[in-house]
Design a protein. Sequence first.
Length: 142
Amino acid sequence: MARPEIIKTELGRRLRDVRKAVGDPQRDEFANELGISDKSLANYERGDRVPDANVLASYFLKYNVNITWIVAAEGSMFLDGGPPTPDGNGDPAVQPAVFKATGKLVHESHKAKGVMLPSDAHLAETVSRYNELVAAARNPAD
């Protein structure tokens, strides 16, 4: 008999909801698609850990998941109405290296002010700043 799922955070609940929405594959299969271990995925979905920028970018790149929805529960779960087609066509908009650098800048700016944000607030601010950067720049990698 399987143990009941225990999900401690809303972020964890949304991550689990994504897996259900794409057909509820086994944890190890889904984790493999994201490029992470099944134990890491379990930690994210339970709410024991917060995924980093690279993991969030994988949700977007592999499944067209709206990162703002994951982090802040705003908008729809998927961009353009649903997950990508099996052939994987689509123009990736999230650049993991730029997203990661944005997260570091958010961390450093708060650290300089002596402010320590909770991980979910840090992630939400990183998403917001990244979106501002993308809107302001023609090439976010510049």
